[in-house]
Write a protein that binds this ligand. Sequence first.
Ligand code: G3P
Length: 226
Amino acid sequence: MRLYIDSANIESIKMLNDYFPIAGVTTNPSILVKEEKPYLDTLKEIRAIIGTDKELFVQAIGDRAEEIVEEARFISQQISGNVIVKVPVTEEGIKAIKLLAAENIPTLATTVYTAFQALMAAMAGAKYVAPYVNRIDNLAGNGVKVVTEIAQLFKTYELGCEILAASFKNLQQVFEVCLAGAETVTVSPDIIEKMIAFPSTGTDVATFKQQWQDFYGEKATTLINT
Ligand code: G3P
């Protein structure tokens, strides 16, 4: 499983990239606008934090396939390193994914609500598809079931495309899509932090330390100074 940060907040990205096994950062128009500054500056700052090997996802805005292709070329020139262009799964988007695959520009098909949308995008040459798990749930659908179906279709048709599950409201949804076969997930900073949170872990660690210092003395804070 690979874990991506679904945010453009510089402080959060710095912290999470430092502490957690992060494969990259995904953004979308709402996420970039939230930072209230020129989007290219934000993307370049993110790139400086995560380095050039980790993937950075940027979503195209254009309506027509040709506009999306132009945006993809532009963003690949502007942002160094491993950039993936997010393209919505509209008709124009699917056409753009085909054109970009021919240019070897990697894409992620986004705003995926059905397994068939994912199948079309994968057949068109998308590197990733992003099913919107919580948004599907909010429409009285079943986001985890859609991820399961996509995984099944990709296996049946031996498609190299990977599932990057997105849109989560809680950790249980993330856990369930991992079990359902999503190769990768993109998660907001608050939910990533919850991935390792469990009160007993903290109290166990404090007890170990106290026992150590009760025996070896207060100055014995590590194995080295014991
Ligand atoms: O990566 C897509 C994601 O940002 C959408 O999430 O929480 O706005 O449904 P959300």
